[in-house]
Design a protein around this ligand. Structure first.
Ligand code: GDP
Length: 296
């Protein structure tokens, strides 16, 4: 994951660290290298610009240059800024004081939404001991309902489904009633995605949102699609206010641009990371750990 970026940043920072003293020119050179490495990792160019500007300002502002271990301090600043770029402190989903907590899953087709629905169900069951139901409201993608029945059961969730002939908005409302009757702690609603963001997709999401009044809306995006993922997230942010991102397929994402850009572009943090097809390859996203991993 993010190997090239990691190698380049580590090389730049070890150069910086190796110096006894740092001049402003040294900082400028390091910033140029960091800028290039981030751009090559497909990080949004505006994000790159403000990132390097922040690091430089802090490095010069903290009067790092005159200090004993200036290189070490620059490394710390880069690490802090990478962490804050990805959202700062790790956040999870918050629970409604009146169960069931309803979580709405949104995203494009193929982003990994149905898989993430089951993974999140498993995660919440294991980490919080919650009783979880999932609702199969992706009635357009062939086999999505069957898939959720299968992976939902593997995840230990109750699966609410009514086939593919009913309006997904009705299925969502029916599922919420059942979750209430059955005393579930959490209901996760899988919605349909399309190949592109379009009006019908958004309209349906808005209608489902009205019916189930979700506590949290999660947007599922495929890290492997790089800046496209960020553009999709931006479009969703304009149409339906989501609360956080589930970044999928990080295992196949060699560059890291989406993971590093999405919070800065949309204002919404990555809450969960999916790193494989298996149900347990899913975890809370920790910006600080990710920054440490990148910087080695
Ligand atoms: P949906 O159309 O958004 O519901 O997408 P699916 O959940 O069906 O996922 C699409 C494909 O991506 C499936 O083959 C999944 O197994 C695969 N997939 C989902 N998440 C991940 C992940 O984190 N890593 C990898 N490598 N594959 C994933």
């Amino acid at each position: 994951m993010f190997d090239a970026l990691s190698d380049k940043l580590q090389a730049t920072l070890s150069d910086v660290r190796a110096r006894g003293t740092l001049t402003e020119d040294d900082i400028n050179k390091a910033m140029r290298e960091i800028r290039l490495a981030l751009l090559e990792a497909d990080v949004n160019f505006k994000v790159v610009k403000s990132f390097t500007a922040n690091v430089k300002e802090r490095a010069l502002g903290a009067d790092v240059l005159g200090q004993l271990n200036p290189g070490q301090q620059v490394v710390k600043i880069v690490s802090d800024e990478l962490t804050s770029l990805m959202g700062g402190a790790a956040a999870g989903v918050s629970f409604s004081p009146r169960p069931p907590t309803v979580i709405l899953m949104a995203g494009l087709q193929g982003s990994g939404k149905t898989t993430a629905t089951a993974k999140l169900a498993r995660h919440l069951r294991e980490q919080n001991g919650s009783s979880v139901a999932v609702a199969a409201c992706d009635v357009y993608r062939p086999a999505a309902v069957d898939q959720l029945v299968k992976v939902g059961a593997q995840a230990g969730a109750t699966v609410y489904e009514q086939g593919t002939d009913r309006d997904p908005v009705d299925i969502a409302g029916w599922a919420l009633d059942r979750a209430k009757q059955e005393g579930k702690d959490v209901l996760i609603v899988d919605t349909s995605g399309r190949l592109h963001v379009d009006e019908r997709l958004m309209d349906e999401l808005v209608r489902i949102r009205k019916v189930v009044r979700p506590h949290t809306i999660l947007l599922v995006v495929d890290a492997m699609t790089g800046q496209d993922a960020v553009n999709v997230a931006e479009q969703f942010a304009q149409a339906v206010q989501f609360d956080g991102v589930v970044m999928t397929k990080l295992d196949g994402d060699a560059r890291g641009g989406a993971a590093l850009s999405v919070k800065a572009v949309t204002g919404k943090p990555i809450l969960f990371a999916s790193t494989g097809e298996k149900l347990d390859q899913f975890e809370r996203f920790h910006p600080d750990r990710m920054a440490q991993r990148i910087l080695g």
